[in-house]
Design a protein around this ligand. Structure first.
Ligand code: SF4
Ligand code: SF4
Length: 409
């Protein structure tokens, strides 16, 4: 794609990066076929190729409007288009650059700004989010049906966290919303890893990975969250932590890209690159250690399980088929999930900011997941888990929780 970037951006790091991405696009349109919003809305500007053109126009200095912004807002940042693209176009990065510049040029209505600000202030702060969530649960019977449905059920008990006793040590991220919504996930991961001779710890002061604020377009605040998390982890890294294990693929995809996000920060670039290099999704770790885990598993017969592969896992981190392999080896009978590449509509704060599209995608995903009549739905990201559970009676669990239930006591 030919480009002629405007003066305001041409010689900036973002401009150079965007130009390199744009030049890779050959307009073939293969990506539109796997874009959830294009499939629902049928508008070229609600698909990746159209959005790429919109960002190109913005970077070339053309006037942009609220309508241009709406097309970018409707993008889930699921990155299915990146998986499909034969030219290696890094759409997600281009969208980040475009959205930041768009935010500077198009003023949002007051209510939109207020809503995004509240989300950016509350969600990353566990001390604010947890009591508000508890309040929402108390008020649930009095809320309108649709709002009540969006309040997650009470969290399962976490159970005991094993005492640190092994020479192999790894870090887990307590995160922002996961600790309040599902404290059992990291605890289950810690117990499974303990059986494998690995002590898992959550670093004190480690909070949000930065994805929430970054993708709400408070990009500087998101970068600050990333720096704060590196600071919280760094003493453990220096003390010999072997890896950072991510139990939420939405956080994992961000932490794996810290090296890129902070590459121009003289103080943090090197540390960020090291943090990214030592970060692994939990499924990568369990898959690598599975031969040692297998003898500890009870063969309970093949419970039928549908696995929902989060976009942040299959598209963002390009990890495909690994969790499924682990679950199949653990004895689960994996049921078919048509169109498994399509987003469930959770997508961070998307379910709050774009409720209609999000609910349609959730309905489609739940239908696909129910195809093989599963007893259980498993996923690998807290956002997807909470979003899916609000629309089905089938239990939805993190896969590590389901796996732990198969460990011999
Ligand atoms: S990130 Fe997802 S929603 Fe956005 S353009 Fe790509 S495929 Fe479509
Ligand atoms: S598939 Fe890739 S090269 Fe083709 S239009 Fe989409 S982004 Fe451009």
């Amino acid at each position: 794609m030919q480009t002629s970037l405007a003066d305001f951006v041409r010689d900036t790091p973002e401009g150079r990066e965007a130009e390199a991405i744009l030049r890779k696009c050959v307009h073939c349109g293969f990506c539109t076929a796997t874009c959830p919003t294009y499939l629902l809305l049928g508008d070229e500007n609600d698909g990746p190729r159209g959005r790429i053109y919109l960002v190109k126009q913005l970077l070339e200095g053309a006037a942009v409007t609220a309508s241009t912004q709406a097309h970018l807002d409707r993008c889930l940042t699921c990155r299915a288009c990146e998986t499909t693209c034969p030219s290696g176009v890094r759409y997600g990065r281009l969208a980040d650059i475009g959205r930041r510049l768009m935010e500077e040029r198009v003023a949002r209505p007051f209510w939109q700004r207020a809503r995004r600000r509240v989300l950016a202030e509350v969600l990353p702060r566990r001390l604010l989010f947890a009591p508000l969530l508890a309040l929402g649960r108390l008020a649930k019977p009095f809320l309108p049906r649709r709002l009540a449905e969006s309040v997650p059920v009470s969290p399962p008990a976490a159970g005991a966290w094993p005492a640190p006793r092994h020479s192999r040590k790894m870090l887990a991220l307590a995160g922002c919303v996961q600790g309040a919504l599902s404290p059992d996930i990291n605890a289950a991961a810690a117990r499974v890893l303990d059986r494998l001779g690995i002590s898992l710890a959550e670093a004190e002061g480690a909070a949000c990975c930065g994805a929430l604020r970054y993708h709400l377009n408070y990009q500087d605040a998101g970068l600050d969250d990333m720096r704060a998390l590196i600071d919280a982890w760094w003493p453990h890294v220096e003390a010999g932590a072997e890896a950072i294990v991510m139990t939420a693929s939405g956080c994992g995809v961000t932490v794996k890209e810290y090296g890129h996000f902070l590459r121009h920060d003289a103080r943090y670039a090197e540390k960020a690159a090291r943090i990214s290099a030592m970060t692994r999704d939990l499924c990568e770790l369990i898959d690598a250690e599975f031969d040692r885990l297998e003898p500890m598993l009870e063969r309970k017969g093949g419970a039928r399980l549908a696995f929902q592969a989060p976009c942040s896992l299959q598209h963002g981190q390009a990890i495909r088929g690994v969790t499924e392999r682990v679950l199949a080896r653990a004895g689960f009978e994996l049921t078919p999930v048509p169109d498994s590449h399509l987003c469930c509509g959770s997508a961070g704060t998307y379910s709050i900011l774009q409720p209609e599209l999000s609910l349609t995608l959730r309905g489609n995903k739940l239908l696909a997941l129910a195809t093989g009549d599963p007893e259980l739905i498993a996923s690998a990201n807290i956002g997807c888990l909470a979003h899916l559970q609000t629309g089905t009676q089938i239990p939805v669990k993190h896969w590590i929780v389901a796996l732990e239930e198969r460990l011999r006591r």
